[in-house]
Design a protein around this ligand. Sequence first.
Ligand SMILES: N[C@@H](CCC(=O)N[C@@H](CS)C(=O)NCC(=O)O)C(=O)O
Length: 213
Amino acid sequence: MPARFELHGIAFSGPTYKVGLMLSLAGEPFDYVHVNMMAGEHKQPPHLAKQRFGQVPLLIDRNNGRHLCQSAAILEYVSDTLGKFGGATLDERLQAREWLYWDFDRLAPAIYRSRAIRRGFRKGGPEILDMCASDAAAALTVLDQHLAGKNWIVGEGVTIADIDIYGVLVFADDAAVDLAPYANISAWMKRFEALPGFSLPLNLLPMENREAA
Ligand SMILES: N[C@@H](CCC(=O)N[C@@H](CS)C(=O)NCC(=O)O)C(=O)O
């Protein structure tokens, strides 16, 4: 039987990693379609017909034919449909959602942009890199203080907030952001990396198509 989910993306994409990581932690096998962004495949009609923003990731749910985009919205969808990582109560669910919005407002732009510039995917000079560094430091301070005395970002278990934010911080090195001064974040990352189904980006996403095992 084919896998329920088909993920389209590229290995170096943080948002694609977040979705692959969610599926892997949920124990949900998925087919993977490599989108050759270097060749501009994401802006070609076949991809645009499935992903209105011309971006990756794209997730197809074969159970109902849905085509989903925007990694945070996809995490919520997968969490809802599988009944995993959504928080134990409505309040936890709402808090997890707040952290997703916070991430894309405060944390992800600073880390992803700095990484993209340093790896040559985007153009940007020292002023932008300085702004990324100070924005990242401000966001990391908020998260580190929040994690004091806690195992997970929301409630007593792993939620999509942890998955979403881990999918940014795993690229901190590439963005020249040192996480060592943030002791609570560093400990949380170690806990997260010990979860069953955890995988690092390059182990999870190949640079080619792959059918679910
Ligand atoms: N907010 C989106 C961001 C997606 C995104 O920026 N994807 C990048 C690759 S990492 C992309 O497709 N860039 C091409 C473009 O935006 O034209 C999400 O979380 O899914």
